[in-house]
Design a protein around this ligand. Structure first.
Ligand code: ZN
Length: 471
């Protein structure tokens, strides 16, 4: 317990405080001063902290948890979802059409209609909607649907025209356009074209975007997420400045650490910004690189990836490598290993984001290179049925591992990846403990965590991977 000379602004008593501190796992009361936890302990023990101004709150046996730290979410993408149509609960294409038609009346003719978070696996038709399906919603408005994962999108005919995606369109490297096998016409479904699409779509109005940020920020607070690491690969120094501005304007309540995309690394270096510079409220975070495997090809290809990783590593930055597929995880680990061999750094805290499939040899490399895994236990709940159907059961023991990685000495942290999945840290805790999907499908139950570890996964272990142990 801290010094008794300071008095509490707020004292919670009669509760069950789970501290996650093995030395004192539970307590009855908790005192807060100047926005920070002053002390936890027994009611009698904390009574001397009460002053005339102290607000006291009886908890009637309720449980009090430490704030959650979400080491991987996308605040601005999430904010923009509040300005579009949420399709996450849609279970058929007519349902998607109905939801879009409902919102269409608020959108001026010719303006973009934006839908988010559809997933063909959960649709009765078991396929992506096409341009024809969306043309039935509107021929005048350009309509775009973003896939839940952010790796695919569907455009109607008006949107395809605006984007210049015609029969003769050549997608940028790594991207692809699905075509009708008979006519060669784009079906409306595109893959890995997000960067290109962002140059086509007009940005949201400042009013709408700010309102979205406010809503996302309120939601973080409501669900107890005190600190987060924004993991957007498109982040530049301008985005970092935007986070700072939103914080200065009082719109960001939680503390933010902001990753910067690899493309903006020269910008960082030229500006002379040191890793993790900023202040306690908004700090610069790791350098983000997306590594993905599509039809057996890796993007970026291994030599290019090694060079990107080397540049961030040699400038002293923490790396966050998005890697889902086995080949991508392998390439990401190879690149870290290579950089570490060239220039060993003792406390780099490089991270593999997602690490969805992690076979035993990768675990050894994670340990040898001192790299962390930032996983998404909530995916097991929200998308577990899809994994159960699509991932070979023999690989389930490698899927979104937690306990088995921890036992091998790997640093693991749990995140939401919101808006790829709902924020809900409590669902993350539940999924880490049960490893069951929404419908109860089990996914390698041997990897379940006990309650205290599941809370730590989303509460205090991310502190290491976000390098915020001093604040
Ligand atoms: Zn993400």
């Amino acid at each position: 317990m801290s010094s008794l000379s300071l008095k509490a602004d707020l004292l919670l008593y009669g509760g069950r405080v789970l501290t996650l501190d093995p030395a004192r796992p539970t307590a009855e009361a908790l005192a807060v001063a100047a926005g920070q936890i002053l002390a936890v302990g027994g009611e009698e023990e904390l009574r001397p902290l009460i002053a005339a101004h102290t607000q006291t709150l009886a908890c009637d046996g309720r449980t009090i948890l430490p704030g959650f730290v979400d080491p991987h979410l996308h605040l601005f993408a999430w904010a923009s979802h509040f300005c579009g149509t949420d399709l996450g609960t849609a279970r058929s294409i007519p349902e998607i059409q109905g939801l879009l038609a409902r919102d269409l009346s608020h959108i001026s003719t010719g303006d973009w209609v934006r839908g988010y978070s559809y997933d063909e696996f959960f649709l009765a038709e078991k396929r992506h909607p096409t341009r024809r399906d969306l043309d039935l919603v509107s021929l005048d408005h350009p309509v775009i649907l973003r896939h839940r994962t952010g790796h695919a999108a569907v455009l109607n005919s008006a949107a395809l025209r605006r984007a210049g995606i015609t029969q003769h369109f050549t997608p940028p490297a790594g991207g692809s356009v699905e075509r009708d096998p008979l006519t060669g016409e784009p079906t409306g479904v595109v893959y890995e074209l997000e960067k290109f699409l962002r140059t086509v779509l007009p940005p949201l109005s400042s009013h709408d975007f700010t309102a979205g940020v406010k809503q996302a920020s309120a939601e973080l607070l409501r669900q107890g997420v005190c600190s987060f690491h924004d993991a957007s690969a498109g982040n530049t120094l301008e985005d970092f400045a935007l986070f700072r501005r939103f914080n200065a304007e009082g719109l960001l309540v939680s503390r933010a650490t902001v990753m910067i995309g690899i493309d903006a690394l020269p910008q960082l270096v030229d500006a002379g910004l040191a890793p993790f510079s900023g202040d306690e409220r908004v700090r610069l975070g790791s350098v983000k690189i997306i590594v993905h495997e599509s039809r057996g090809t890796l993007y970026p290809e291994p030599d290019e990836l090694a060079e990107m990783v080397w540049q961030a590593h040699r400038h002293g930055f923490q790396l966050a490598l998005h890697a889902v597929e086995e080949g991508a995880v392998c390439a990401a680990l190879n690149a870290i290993e290579h950089a570490q061999r060239r220039l060993p750094r003792a406390d780099h805290r490089h991270r593999i984001e997602h690490c969805a499939l992690c076979p035993p040899p990768f675990v050894d490399t994670l340990v040898e290179t001192g790299s962390a895994v930032v996983t998404q236990p909530g995916f097991l709940y929200f998308y577990g049925d899809k994994y159960a159907a699509e991932v070979d059961p023999q690989l389930h023991s490698w899927l979104y591992r937690t306990k088995s990685l921890l036992e091998c000495g790997v640093q693991v942290a749990g995140s939401s990846d919101c808006p790829i999945a709902p924020l809900s840290p409590l669902t993350g805790v539940q999924a880490a403990m049960t490893r069951r999907s929404r419908t109860g499908t089990p996914l390698h139950l041997q990897d379940r965590l006990a309650l205290r570890d599941a809370l730590a996964l989303l509460g205090c272990w991310p502190i290491w991977s976000c390098l915020i142990e001093t604040s």
